[in-house]
Design a protein around this ligand. Structure first.
Ligand SMILES: Cc1cc2nc3c(=O)[nH]c(=O)nc-3n(C[C@H](O)[C@H](O)[C@H](O)COP(=O)(O)O)c2cc1C
Length: 210
C-alpha cells in the first residue's frame, strides 16, 4: 500500500489506538468482587501498568485494597465485555457518568460470567477468561489533573487455559491466544500472523504444531 505524506491535523476526542481489553477484578468494601472492562494497560517483565479513571469503583477499591486480578478475555467474548460497559460498581454513580452508566453490584451475573476464587489475592477470577493474572498494586499515582490514576502492579501468578499454552513449556502460544482489541471504541480480533521478533521462543513450537 502506498502512503501519502499529506496528513491532516485532527482533534480526536479519544486516543484508544488499539490495545487488549482486560477485565479487572477488585475487592469492594463488603468483600464482594467488582469487575470492570479496561484497555489502558501495558506489561513489562512481571509488571503491568494500568490507567484508570479516578472516580471509578475500581480505582477506589485499589486505593484501599491493593489486590486485583487482570482477566484477559478472548476476542469472541466481546459481548460479555460490552454487557459490563454501561455499568459501574460505584454508588452513587459519579455525576458525569449518570447519562451513560448505572450502578450494578452484581457484575459477574450481569455479564453472564462465572467467578472462581483466586489463589494469592482476594478478588475472584473470571473463570471464563483464558488468561488470568493475579496481581498486587506496588504504587498508585494521580495524574496532574486528578482525573486518572496510574496503577503499577506486580503479577504474582498466571493462570492459563491449557489450550493456549505451548505443550510442555511455560509459554503462551501466540498462535492459540486470541486477545480482544479495543480500537477507537470498536472491538477487533487479530489478523493472521505476519512474523515474529528474533527473540521469540515460541516460533519453533508453533511451527511444529502446524
Ligand atoms: C472496552 C472498554 C475499555 C475501557 N478502558 C478503560 C480504561 O482503560 N480505563 C478506565 O478507567 N476505564 C475504561 N473503560 C471504562 C470503564 O469500564 C467504566 O468507567 C466503568 O464504569 C468502570 O467501572 P467501575 O466504576 O465499577 O470501576 C473501558 C470500558 C470499555 C467497555
Amino acid at each position: 500500500m502506498s502512503r501519502t505524506h499529506d496528513h491532516v491535523t485532527i482533534h480526536p476526542k479519544i486516543l484508544y489506538f488499539g490495545t487488549p481489553v482486560a477485565l479487572l477484578s477488585t475487592e469492594n468494601e463488603d468483600g464482594t468482587t467488582n469487575l470492570a472492562p479496561m484497555s489502558s494497560a501495558w506489561a513489562l517483565g512481571q509488571a503491568v501498568v494500568l490507567g484508570l479513571g479516578a472516580d471509578g469503583q475500581t480505582a477506589r477499591n485499589l486505593w484501599e485494597r491493593p489486590d486485583l486480578v487482570i482477566n484477559l478475555p478472548s476476542a469472541d467474548q466481546w459481548p460479555a465485555v460490552e454487557r459490563l460497559a454501561p455499568l459501574t460498581g460505584r454508588d452513587p454513580v459519579p455525576e458525569h457518568k449518570r447519562d451513560t452508566h448505572r450502578f450494578e453490584p452484581g457484575k459477574f451475573a450481569a455479564a453472564g460470567l462465572r467467578a472462581e476464587p483466586a489463589e494469592l489475592v482476594r478478588p475472584q477470577r473470571v473463570a471464563d477468561c483464558p488468561l488470568q493474572l493475579e496481581a498486587r498494586v506496588v504504587r498508585m499515582t494521580s495524574d496532574s489533573h486528578a482525573d486518572y490514576v496510574i496503577v503499577e502492579t506486580e503479577v504474582l501468578r498466571v493462570h492459563a487455559e491449557p489450550a493456549i499454552v505451548v505443550p510442555g513449556t511455560q509459554h503462551v502460544s501466540p498462535a492459540a491466544w486470541r486477545p480482544l482489541i479495543y480500537n477507537f471504541r470498536h472491538y477487533f480480533g487479530l489478523g493472521p500472523e505476519l512474523g515474529h521478533t528474533f527473540r521469540s521462543e515460541t516460533a519453533a513450537a508453533d511451527m511444529a504444531s502446524v
